[in-house]
Design a protein around this ligand. Structure first.
Ligand code: SF4
Ligand code: SF4
Ligand code: SF4
Length: 300
């Protein structure tokens, strides 16, 4: 039985028995590479569920829509989604007993954007779509938290040195680094897609939406853009689960994972060994969310 059929069988059982009120997975979009999140609420909905090479959205983020409600929720998680679930549990955004988690060992997802490009024009060739960038660097394709597990365990996919691009940046002088970030962040149109797609961006009121006081200007000037990215980066330190969704959804192709990976590397270095969202231990707090007197501070 393929993964889609197995997921449908589990979803049917859970909905029929009233064990969950809704079941989150993916459904086909209008085009073959447009698979999208889907919430089944009735057994009749289950036949729309699929799991294919474009089930790339991190579903854990969708749990935030239900944080103030009571429904029991079934959901399918790949490795990255499961780390997002741990993020939400650690952040107290949702309770474990409201979730029924179906883990799928993830073979890697194709890049929907490249597939769309390949689909246009005369020589349509969907087979050629490469692995998505976030999957090429995946260290955890297997779910870290689940009630049932499907599929064959997968090896980590990252090849070569994980932080190679970060190390290259670290070699630059401070002025060169500033110019690099000035250049890439000047492209930002402040659409906030990166924030919306991020499971770790789960504040109820975001500082960038506040108007009284307005903490950060809303222009797409370089200073306002830098302030946005600096504040978001500091909020991600120790919390980013490296799902790559922010970079994937950015409409102007800003390499946001460079910033996130720098933070991941530094948090691991200063406060680790630590990788965010790798296991759920009730009551555990990520580094930087607690203070100890002997914390290193000579970098400040
Ligand atoms: S980042 Fe890893 S777990 Fe997530 S879709 Fe890619 S390969 Fe799968
Ligand atoms: S900052 Fe990006 S990579 Fe990190 S958790 Fe948020 S969306 Fe995922
Ligand atoms: S998604 Fe890209 S353009 Fe939009 S706010 Fe984030 S970095 Fe800027």
């Amino acid at each position: 039985m393929d993964i889609t059929s197995k997921i449908r069988k589990i979803a049917t059982r859970l909905l029929q028995n009233g064990e969950v009120d809704l079941f989150m997975a993916w459904e086909k979009g209008d085009l073959p590479f447009q698979s999208k999140p889907f919430f089944a609420r009735r057994v009749e909905d289950v036949e729309r569920i699929i799991f294919d090479e474009y089930s790339i959205h991190n579903l854990s983020n969708a749990l935030l829509k239900f944080r103030d409600r009571q429904e029991k929720i079934g959901l399918v998680v790949k490795g990255c989604d499961s780390r997002g679930v741990v993020r939400l549990l650690e952040d107290g955004q949702i309770k474990r007993d409201r979730l029924y988690i179906v883990g799928v060992c993830c073979p890697g997802m194709k890049d929907p954007l490249q597939a769309m490009r390949d689909y246009s024009g005369f020589n349509r060739n969907l087979e050629a779509a490469p692995l998505a960038a976030k999957c090429e660097n995946c260290i955890q394709p297997n779910p870290v938290i689940y009630d049932e597990l499907l599929g064959e365990e997968q090896p980590p996919r990252v090849q070569g040195e994980r932080f190679a691009r970060v190390r290259e940046l670290e070699q630059l002088s401070p002025d060169e680094r500033y110019r690099f970030f000035e250049d890439i962040l000047s492209r930002c149109i402040r659409c906030y897609a990166c924030r919306q797609a991020c499971v770790a961006c789960n504040c109820r009121t975001c500082i960038f939406d506040e108007t009284k006081p307005q903490w950060v200007g809303r222009e797409t000037s370089i200073s306002d853009n830098m302030m946005y990215h600096l504040v978001r980066a500091s909020h991600m330190a120790g919390r980013c689960i490296e799902c790559g969704e922010c970079e994937r959804v950015c409409p102007v192709n800003i390499p946001l994972m460079l910033i996130n990976q720098k933070l991941i590397k530094d948090v691991d270095n200063f406060f680790g060994p630590y990788e965010a969202g790798m296991q759920y231990v009730e009551g555990a707090k990520p580094p930087l969310s607690v203070y100890q007197e002997n914390d290193p501070d000579d970098f400040i």
